[in-house]
Design a protein around this ligand. Structure first.
Ligand code: G6P
Length: 606
């Protein structure tokens, strides 16, 4: 979704801004733009890729202060005019904005009555005209921005530059901004990824913060005018630089990073001799775990599917009711919150607006929420205060892969931990921790010999639709497989619990309809065989993901075996062929694998 990068310092700004935009591309966007202070404020913006923007910027443009933006359309279509930055009528102030200004309509009406001509359909543009009006009336830049934001309702991460002042003013409310500190230079970005190679020292703005950033320093204050001391934090070293290396796409790279990512997640957290897991960041006492009435997990997209796997593991191992909810629905359905229940917010980015809003709703009603998050220091992680990082490392492909596996691994450990605090025996705990520890190696084994994926690609690439079926713990895996194929290959996909197939989707089946069935070696396998037979009787082509050596392979047209593990942990293996099927199908259909149309990596609007 929208991204921001800004630079002020003792070097030319353009290379930093363009490189920053490229590093923000992974978030998903439809247009980009750039403003630089070079005696005046020069603005370039257009729809399309960052490379299209780069082509329109004069080669020798000078300037040591600038801001840039990638836009993912919310208010107003994908047009050059709607791309950011937006400028004041005299062209002396330029602004980029992430978030949504909810009262933009009334602010816009008032500006238009005063004779201001707005050039875009965006909600953001009103801000720059209001700032301009304050400046014209004699206000200093910071005061002008503060007064404007006090009139705005909604969310913002904004950066503003002025022709007449050597500074960038930025402010945050609901949309993250991080300031990277250098020597005689500073950067501003909407996430830490573009800053990784530039500096390790950062200031993370909080909601309601403003900052005046110059080449020499940063002065933070609050919307009410109070000046504040900002905390400087160090970026995690091991997050590293996310480069493609020998891989053609981030998605494939991230699929192949899963064994290592899983090791990072599990290391130091499994207590094998005790048959237990330790997730200290959750800060749950055994007493608390024994008493809780229920567990609720919240997430969107892939994180929701991981939460659905997690809830089944928790209910199975701890014999406590556990539910997974779509964050956006949960938040708006006036949920009843029990203050002694456990809530988890599951999110790769830690910035998803719907999940963040659900967290706030629970906290407002007195409940506690723990984060299960990848990005360290992200908004949801900080809002929760306590939680567990899943340690996948940077994930750049819009289609999430390694984060799913690590969320499932983290929730598997929690399921063991809460199970052991309740009814799970030490012996069973030992068996489970031992097999969980082996999962990364099994993932490695599978990826080095993934089976006839290309045969599956031929079977699905021209299909009108693809049906995914699974039972129990494989039902959310089926949903995840359908989401992956739909989002990057644009093939309509349907995922159903296998037993429910006969109540509707069976109507779609005709000769050669592809049906992808996930059937690990669990107690539900025989029932899934019945569903397979019902599909075959209608001429469907069965693509079966199953345990190595299992005679169930005979039920399939295309068999994809995965290494054997405890059925509870099978999602971390059965999901792998689904990720590869989606990847190679999108490739064959010539789609933009890492940046599928209309989607965003981190969805920061509700
Ligand atoms: C977007 C992404 C998905 C992701 C979902 C939740 O829709 O395209 O890949 O699963 O957001 O994101 P989160 O960062 O909260 O896990």
């Amino acid at each position: 979704m929208c991204g921001i990068i800004g630079y002020i310092g003792n070097q030319q700004a353009t290379p930093f801004l363009l490189e920053g935009l490229r590093r923000l591309e992974y978030r998903g966007y439809d247009s980009s733009g750039f403003a630089i202070r070079n005696g005046e404020v020069s603005v370039f913006k257009r729809i399309g890729k960052v490379s299209d923007l780069e082509a329109m910027i004069p080669k020798r443009i000078e300037g040591m202060c600038g801001i840039a933006h990638t836009r993912w359309a919310t208010h107003g279509g994908v047009t050059d005019a709607n791309a950011h930055p937006h400028c004041s009528s005299d062209g002396k102030i330029a602004l980029v904005h992430n978030g949504i200004i909810e009262n933009a309509r009334s602010l816009r009406n008032r500006l238009e009555k005063e004779g201001v001509k707005l050039l875009s359909e965006t909600d953001s543009e009103v801000l720059v005209h209001l700032i301009h009006r304050e400046v014209k009336n004699g206000a200093k830049p910071l005061t002008a921005v503060r007064r404007t934001l006090k009139r705005a309702r909604g969310t913002w991460g904004v950066c503003i530059i002025f022709e007449e002042h050597d500074m960038i003013i930025c402010a945050r409310n609901g949309s993250p901004l991080v300031i990277g500190l250098g020597d005689g230079e500073n950067w501003i970005a909407s996430d830490t990824l573009p800053l990784q190679t530039l500096t390790q020292q950062v200031i993370r703005l909080d909601d309601g913060d403003l900052a005046v950033v110059t080449s020499e320093g940063v002065q933070t204050s609050r919307l009410d005018g109070r000046f504040t001391d900002s905390e400087v934090t160090t970026l995690d070293d091991d997050w590293g630089e996310a480069e493609l290396g020998e891989f053609p796409h981030f998605m494939l790279k991230e699929i192949y990073e899963q064994p290592e990512a899983l090791r990072q997640c599990l290391t130091g957290r499994l207590a094998l001799s005790d048959g237990n897991a330790r997730l200290g960041g959750f800060d749950f006492s055994s007493k608390k775990l024994q008493k809780i009435p229920h567990v609720r997990l919240l997430g969107c997209g892939t994180a929701l599917h991981a939460a659905q796997v997690g809830r089944l593991l928790i209910e199975e191992l701890a014999r406590v009711p556990a539910l997974a909810h779509v964050s956006s629905e949960f938040r708006h359905n006036n949920p009843v919150i029990e203050t002694d229940a456990i809530h988890f917010a599951v999110s790769q980015s830690g910035e998803t607006a719907d999940t963040l809003a659900a967290v706030k709703e629970i906290q407002l009603k007195g409940g506690e929420v723990r984060g299960v998050i990848n990005v360290v220091g992200s908004t949801i992680a900080r809002q929760c205060g306590k939680g567990c990082y899943i340690h996948s490392g940077p994930e750049q492909s819009v289609a999430s892969t390694k984060a799913f596996s690590n969320m499932v691994a983290a929730l598997s450990m929690f399921a063991i931990q809460i199970g052991r605090a309740r009814t799970l025996s030490r012996e069973k705990g030992k068996r489970l921790t031992k097999s969980l520890q082996k999962v990364p190696q099994l993932v490695d084994d599978y990826l080095s010999n993934p089976g006839p994926i290309h045969e599956v690609v031929s079977a699905v690439k021209d299909a009108k639709s693809v049906l995914f079926l699974g039972r129990g713990i494989s039902a959310p895996v089926a949903r995840e497989g359908a989401l992956k194929l739909m989002e990057i290959a644009y093939i309509p996909c349907l995922a159903y619990p296998a037993g429910e197939m006969k109540h509707g989707p069976i109507a779609l089946l005709e000769e050669d309809s592809p049906v992808i069935v996930i059937a690990p070696n669990d107690s539900l396998k025989d029932k899934t065989v019945s569903s397979i037979q019902e599909c075959r009787a209608r001429g469907a082509k069965i693509i079966l993901i199953h345990e190595e050596g299992d005679p169930i392979a005979e039920e399939s047209d295309i068999s994809i075996p995965v290494p054997s593990t405890d059925p509870m942990f099978s999602p971390m293996l059965t999901v792998l062929p689904l990720q590869l099927i989606a990847y190679y199908t999108a490739l064959v259909l010539d789609k933009d694998v890492d940046r599928p149309r209309n989607l965003a990596k981190s969805v920061t609007v509700e």
